[in-house]
Design a protein around this ligand. Sequence first.
Ligand code: GDP
Ligand code: MG
Length: 439
Amino acid sequence: LGSSLRGTLDRLQGKTRLDEEDVEEVVREIQRSLIQADVEIDLVMELSDSIEQRALEEEPPGGTTARDFVLRIVYEEMVDLVGESTDLPLEPQTILLAGLQGSGKTTTAAKMAWWFSKKGLRPAVIQTDTFRPGAYDQAKEMAERAEVTFYGDPDADDPVQIARDGLAATEEADIHIVDTAGRHALEEGLIDEIQEIDAVVEPDRSLLVMDAALGQGAKDQAQRFEEAIGIDGVAITKLDGTAKGGGALTAVNETDSSIAFLGTGETVQDVERFEPNGFISRLLGMGDLKQLAERVERAMADTDTDEEDWDPEDILEGQFTLKDMRHQMDAMNKMGPLDQVLDMIPGLGGGIKDQLPDDAMDVTQDRMRSFDIVMDSMTEDELENPRSIGASQTRRIARGSGQPEERVQELLEQHRMMERTLKQFQGMGDADMQRMMKR
Ligand code: GDP
Ligand code: MG
């Protein structure tokens, strides 16, 4: 379904502004992708409302396409929701893992221990699951594979006592990861037990371990564990499967926490620290959204400086760069075709217009958009000195912008033509002229 979102967005590629219909279509596709990824429906609506509002209210910066603009908004709103990775300082601490049976706690305990050991710390895994047969052996084996200290007691039946003994027995370690039992459902016993363990362990952080495939159940689970022990972060497991982990958004939202780790396989090395970009891009089935958001941001910054630098008077003094042309194009985009604009300027009526070459100012909307894309791939110097652009630069610009070389040449030809035309105006230097240049 990410592909239909991509399809919708690609249709916006050539547009510089979004109408209401475009926004609605994008928002619908985003909703579909998020629901497909198991994001809770209330959250989907909340997200899509704010995306829709911003897309309709905010002005796309010059030099960005409508597609990039709306994607940036989507990315920002999603980052806002999932937040940055759970803070995990590389210092001594105790971490308690909670979650239902089969969610991946024991695996995650070993993975986290391995991760911390790679950071130069000395982790210990303490296994307190007395409920599940084989839990001790499984945890011990995984801790061995991670090459970290392990504590457990296959003969004991009091998880709270094991936790207490375990902390004492692994005093030398600086990271204590306490693994707990999970049951099939959230029955009272489980919650009582983890509360007691929590009281003894006094963890610095409690993480909720959640299967990526957990969809609408995420809310209830997150609420119960949050009430019982307070959740500081979420570890999502089994992201190597088809599930996208949208339930984690619910959990993060319910517990007012963030995501700490991602589990991407069955071995102890299959663990990643959470990073919003990859996760969100995957959730939406899109490419690298962060890179794109940054590109739009850069374009916005560029536009801002351009505004400051841009002085219509320069044109009157004989300087007509591609940047000026771009401003002209932007202005035309807002006002309509230039010949109509000329009609609106008193004293610049028919006479002068008739002297212009027919297609001097005839830049259609589509051509303007592709020119915009071409100019995005030019260097500052090329924009300032278009006459310096030779054949090899033309090739490079074409490749970089994904436009045919002819389009680059066309742009340069258009620029030359406009420049020639403007030269005819030069010397007029009156208020009318200035008004024409200003937006
Ligand atoms: P626990 O009951 O919460 O302790 O869950 P376990 O750690 O025993 O994991 C349950 C099952 O899920 C085991 O078969 C694990 O190998 C598997 N598992 C856990 N994490 C991952 C993961 O990130 N990817 C895959 N493919 N399997 C995982
Ligand atoms: Mg377990």
